[in-house]
Write a new protein. Structure first.
Length: 290
């Protein structure tokens, strides 16, 4: 009987050893971690990835970003890799509840600067050398300055730049915006910080800037917000990584909120008919630490 008990204890010890070993392997598994950065001093680009100035009849400001969300993330080996033909590592939930296919905002992952947006085991990232990152932005939240009757006020703007978004009710502070339907790229809502004022609207179709420096070889669909950026040095995944790879997507917020001027003073004044024409981010510079 003692021999049987002893043998059983040995089995339990061996099983426990391998179980702990497996758990340690899982805990210590390296990840690809994706974060966002907002940079108002980064170069301001146009749709082709070239430096862009503000048109003479327009004005713009660099918003103070607080939150962002994306619904698609892809690593591309080179400039000839067509959209969706690279390594797609994330695709957010979509729905047809509002009619056509749209991003389901109720399930969106919304993060602040420096917060992990994606955390993917490196074992699930195909080995290869990647030259470009493509990320489809969906939602932006930031503070802007608004002028009214000669005074300037701060307020928060929610900007939906995804191709199409299904929204039930979204909020800015204590202000609720019931939508219960789809909204195409360019829908926005705004609320003043210290006063009971809120409104919403829609930027013109096709007006949102989406920088793509490889548009000539790998275009994106009209109305999408797939921003493309090139690594300074290719990101190489060889399958032998033992530490996390932290990928930072630095987005240019350099005068990214743009409107058409009525009074040429560089102040956004919607009460006199100054309309939003562009809320697109102005460039993507990806970098990584291994």
């Amino acid at each position: 009987m003692k021999r049987i008990v002893g043998f059983f204890l040995i089995l339990v010890s061996v099983f426990s050893f391998f179980s702990c070993e497996d758990e340690d392997d899982t805990v210590n598994e390296p990840y690809l971690i994706v974060k966002f950065k907002f940079d108002p001093n980064q170069v301001r680009l146009n749709n082709l990835g070239q430096p862009a100035v503000i048109p003479s009849s327009h004005a713009a400001q660099s918003p103070d970003f607080s939150k962002i969300s994306a619904h698609y993330f892809e690593l591309a080996p080179n400039a000839y890799t067509q959209l969706t033909q690279g390594t797609v590592l994330y695709h957010a939930d979509e729905t047809t509840q509002g009619g056509s296919v749209a991003i389901d905002f109720s399930k969106a992952v919304v993060v602040s600067e420096g917060e992990a947006f994606l955390k993917i085991p490196l074992s699930q990232v195909p080995q290869g050398s990647y030259e470009y990152v493509r990320v489809s932005l969906a939602y932006q939240e930031y503070t802007i300055s608004v002028r009214n009757a000669g005074s300037d006020y701060l307020g928060k703007l929610a900007s939906f730049v995804g191709y199409n978004t299904y929204i039930t009710t979204h909020s800015i502070g204590n202000n609720s915006f019931p939508v219960n339907g789809n909204r195409l790229q360019g829908y926005w809502a705004f609320a003043l910080n210290d006063f009971p004022y809120a409104t919403s609207g829609q930027a013109p179709a096709g007006a949102t800037t989406v920088p793509n420096p490889i548009a000539a070889t790998s275009p994106i669909p009209p109305g999408s917000c797939v921003v493309t950026g090139k690594f300074a040095q290719n990101l190489v995944i060889n399958g032998n990584e033992t530490r996390d790879v932290v990928l930072t997507l630095s987005l240019s917020t350099n005068n990214s909120f743009e409107w058409q001027e009525v009074t040429t003073d560089g102040k956004y004044e919607p009460s006199i008919g100054e309309n939003v024409v562009d809320m697109g981010l102005r460039g993507l510079m990806p970098s990584y630490v291994k």
